[in-house]
Design a protein around this ligand. Structure first.
Ligand SMILES: *Cc1c(COP(=O)(O)O)cnc(C)c1O
Length: 395
């Protein structure tokens, strides 16, 4: 194991602080490392493997499509792409889809569409403090956390960040050049922070009042994570544009940008493109994912297990008030909010959990984030919680 880690650390660019584990296999909620150690996975590849590792239906779809046709570009039509787009449109507010390969790329597409729709001179996009929208230059500029900007200035123009939860401040920032507002219905990287329903509804009203497009970044919370296929379904408002990625392909790289028909109409041939976007293999995987998530009972089980997870975490917070102050989240994205003392040890908590064979992570410097595969069982939640209590008891 150490030789692999040493080799990797000499030839891979030094952009990740990695944990000392070389993962070789996965099934359901369990990962196995090269030494045969097993881990209970409450990270799921950062909310990606919604159906768990190596779900047989996804594997089968990938293998079948890879044996038939892997890539032709978007100069031609393909079956999996068409079928996936139809299914996304049929199950959302949107009229059209653009396929990309990642969350950042889907957001880039959303930013370009909002600007094109805004017309000449209307290019400014307001996002929120604490947000995360990706690592390309425009999505870094949209991200409302200074630590992601540092060292990469000058960033593209036309992005500003409104203080979280303050509708008056947001309205004051809207000007002649504003074309849209971009937000996550629940900030994932920012520390598992849901946007209150009335706040989202207020943002929708501002967009309507000033003729702005409302963009929801559902890269992390879309695809069943919150207990509905898309998080916006629980907010009482619809966006004009929505981006998806992480769980869409259960690990196959695919992103999507969805828009209302009228908004999508701002794009004409030549305005935007992606060589790999909507690749048949990635789309076949996403189709398999969607069919499972849309089957009777799947999403309601996410909601139910989410409540169970939140309840168990509240129990932990109750037992260790000096370390944890509360629980917040939706469905199976739950954050255990740490006290100041707890947060100072957040990184250490994650390492100690890893030592006990449980994967979790520390988000936004404020909360332990639990984003297991959506197929997690209550027994697996109990195991994780037992390990977490052992870790807390040892701090
Ligand atoms: C992960 C994430 C992104 C970036 O996705 P990539 O696939 O890493 O480019 C964008 N927005 C949100 C909300 C995310 O969680």
């Amino acid at each position: 194991m150490t030789t692999i880690m040493e080799k990797s650390d000499t030839c891979i660019m030094n952009t990740y602080g990695r944990y000392p584990a070389v993962m070789v296999e996965g099934k359901g909620c369990i990962l196995k490392d090269i030494e045969g150690r097993e881990y209970l996975d409450f990270v799921a590849g950062i909310a990606v493997c919604g159906l768990g590792h190596c779900h047989p239906a996804v594997t089968e779809a990938v293998v079948a499509q890879a044996g038939k046709l892997v890539h032709v570009s978007n100069l031609y039509y393909t079956l999996p792409q068409t079928e996936l787009a139809e299914l996304l449109v049929a199950n959302s507010f949107a009229g059209r889809v653009f396929f990309a390969n990642s969350g950042a790329e889907a957001n880039e597409g959303a930013i370009k569409l909002a600007r094109k729709h805004g017309g000449p001179g209307r290019y400014e996009i307001i996002s929120l403090e604490g947000s995360f929208h990706g690592r390309t230059l425009a999505t870094v500029a949209a991200t409302g956390q200074a630590k992601f900007h540092k060292g990469f200035e000058p960033l593209p123009e036309g992005f500003s960040h409104a203080p979280f939860g303050d509708l008056d401040a947001l309205e004051r920032m809207i000007g002649e050049k504003t074309c849209g507002i971009l937000c996550e219905p629940l900030q994932g990287e920012g520390g598992v922070r849901p946007l209150p329903r009335n706040y989202l509804q207020g943002i929708r009203k501002l967009c309507d009042k000033y003729g702005l497009v409302l963009m929801f970044d559902e890269v992390q919370v879309g695809m069943g994570r919150t207990g509905t296929l898309f998080a916006y379904e629980q907010c009482g408002v619809e966006p004009d544009i929505m981006t998806l990625a992480k769980a869409l392909g259960n690990g196959m790289p695919i992103g999507a940008m969805l828009a209302r028909e009228e908004v999508a109409g701002a794009f004409a041939p030549g305005d935007h493109a992606s060589t790999f976007g909507g690749n048949p293999v990635a789309c076949a995987a996403a189709l398999a994912v969607m069919k499972i998530m849309l089957a009777e009972g799947f999403l309601s089980s996410v909601e139910k297990k989410g409540q169970y997870l939140a309840g168990q975490l509240r129990g932990v917070a109750g037992k260790f008030p000096e370390l944890a102050s509360g629980v917040r989240g939706m469905g199976l994205i739950q954050g255990l909010v740490l006290t100041e003392r707890g947060a100072a040890q957040g990184g250490d908590m994650v390492k100690r959990l890893l030592g006990k064979g449980v994967l979790a992570n520390f988000a936004g410097g404020v909360a332990l984030r639990f984003i297991p595969p959506l197929i997690v069982s209550e027994g697996e939640i109990d195991t994780m919680v037992r390990c977490l209590e052992e870790v807390f008891a040892g701090l």
